[in-house]
Design a protein around this ligand. Structure first.
Ligand SMILES: Cc1cc2nc3c(=O)[nH]c(=O)nc-3n(C[C@H](O)[C@H](O)[C@H](O)COP(=O)(O)O)c2cc1C
Length: 195
């Protein structure tokens, strides 16, 4: 079965909620969602084994080689992705040299506390390393009715959540769009692997 890697960093649970719904959308299309996270920076810098106490396992470089597609999620931090995720991406040179992600579809997602606090800049800048890796990017088309209706998160660049004071509770439209993004990524993955 084709595997889709859902790789996210989340400190307070919002980006994780998006990740879980993207995974649901992937599984609706019959593909396996491999859910992985990255440790916060201090753990990376320590000598301890990188094993999370709970939740998703930490990503390995093999996960990138083995996946057929990638959904990458981060909280918005000053209009950009969070350092722990960037730290992992900056460790992927070997995979880049081997072309581990070339011609694989990818998408991005984010959560921010405020509506105009930099979600789009975060999503667009998260796409740049994926382009360097040779990935084929997919967003969300306006044929998704929730993209027209949403008064919170959700954008053509990718699924989002406006966390405000209720961090991990997605609105109906945000949830619908996150699942739609997962399903679209999975459908494209199947099409690209059908020959
Ligand atoms: C260092 C830092 C920078 C942040 N920068 C922004 C920002 O630029 N815009 C914004 O709306 N929220 C910002 N936030 C808030 C987070 O994006 C928001 O709480 C997000 O939902 C956290 O996601 P998580 O629950 O997955 O950790 C920032 C938070 C931190 C800790």
């Amino acid at each position: 079965m084709l595997k889709v890697l859902v790789l996210y960093y989340s400190r307070h649970g919002s980006t994780k909620s998006l990740a879980m719904n993207i995974a649901k959308g992937i599984e609706k299309e019959g593909l396996e969602a491999v859910i992985r996270t990255v440790p916060p920076i201090p753990e990376y810098l320590s000598t301890q084994a990188a094993v999370p106490q709970e939740g998703a396992p930490y990503v390995t470089h093999n996960d990138l080689t083995e996946c057929a597609a990638l959904a990458l999620g981060s909280p918005t931090r000053f209009g950009n992705m969070a350092a722990p995720l960037k730290h992992f991406i900056d460790s992927t040179s070997q995979g880049w040299l081997k072309g581990a992600l070339i011609d694989k579809p990818g998408c991005v997602f984010t959560s921010s506390s405020s509506q105009h606090g930099g979600q789009e800049t975060t999503l667009l800048t998260m796409m740049i390393p994926l382009i360097h890796h040779g990935m084929i990017l997919c967003g969300l088309p306006y044929s998704e009715p929730a993209l027209h209706d949403t008064t919170s998160g959700g954008s053509p660049y990718g699924a989002t959540h406006v966390a405000g004071h209720s961090p991990s509770v997605l609105t109906k439209d945000e949830l619908t769009l996150a699942q739609a993004q997962g399903s679209r990524l999975a459908r494209l993955t199947k099409q690209l692997n059908s020959r």
